[in-house]
Ligand binder design. Structure first.
Ligand code: NI
Ligand code: MN
Length: 227
């Protein structure tokens, strides 16, 4: 499984020969100006919720790549109305077998309005299970105790992508508790630094995780990691 960070909450995951792209928000991200959006490959675009800082480049990338959009029913329907060709609607608690592995759309405690004010359903996240490993991408969320259901359902995570920027989502302290709930000690941070409200001290955040025997990975924008 190869992971590439494109800033904010946007990650590409290459798994089982397919390119998955989570929450593309690059062109409007001041910190990601050096990323060449037109070079990013995508077979699937997974959108956790409707907020602009998670969906703003989805349309452009879909038009170029013909990728399949995966999100909740309200979001896939909204994008299809705007011209997206292939979409797979899901909702909380459901799973589907794709050609790269199984995807579950998980609950998140957050909101989900679309950029034009349309209803974006309920915010969510994803679990991707494949032969190359299992990941949890929580999306924007508060800490919530139902995260405990993930290991209780028999899912063994290799890595989890959790927000750590606070203010709009949980912060570092809550993400550490979340990593206990999901029984995964390797966390990749997301949703930090992009805006004034969510700037964090990287060293301090990593140290807090280390003290609990956990690893917090903060990738540089454009950096890739093979797990
Ligand atoms: Ni959001
Ligand atoms: Mn957000």
């Amino acid at each position: 499984m190869q992971i590439t960070y494109y800033g904010h909450s946007c990650f590409a995951v290459h798994v089982a020969g397919k390119n998955l792209l989570f929450d593309p928000f690059i062109r409007q991200n001041e910190l990601a100006k050096h990323v060449e959006v037109e070079q990013i490959p995508a077979d699937y675009i997974l959108l956790s919720h409707g907020h602009f800082d998670h969906v703003s480049d989805a349309m452009e990338i879909e038009q170029r790549t013909g990728a399949t959009l995966v999100s909740n029913y309200e979001i896939t329907t909204w994008f299809q109305g705007k011209g997206v060709r292939k979409a797979h609607p899901m909702n909380h608690g459901g799973k589907w077998k794709f050609d790269f592995g199984t995807v579950r759309y998980t609950p998140a405690v957050h909101s989900s309005g679309l950029p034009d004010g349309a209803y974006g359903g309920n915010a969510g996240g994803f679990i991707v299970e494949s032969k190359e490993g299992t990941l949890y991408y929580s999306g924007d969320t508060a800490l919530f105790s139902d995260m405990k259901l993930i290991p209780q359902t028999g899912i063994k995570l290799d890595v989890a992508f959790l927000p750590i920027g606070d203010n709009f989502t949980m912060g570092v302290e809550e993400a550490i508790i979340a990593s206990d709930f999901i029984q995964c000690n390797r966390i990749i941070g997301l949703h930090y630094d992009t805006f004034g409200f969510i700037k964090i001290d990287h060293k301090e955040a990593m140290e807090k995780f280390r003290k609990k025997g956990k690893e917090l990975i903060l990738l540089k924008i454009g950096e890739a990691l093979t797990l």
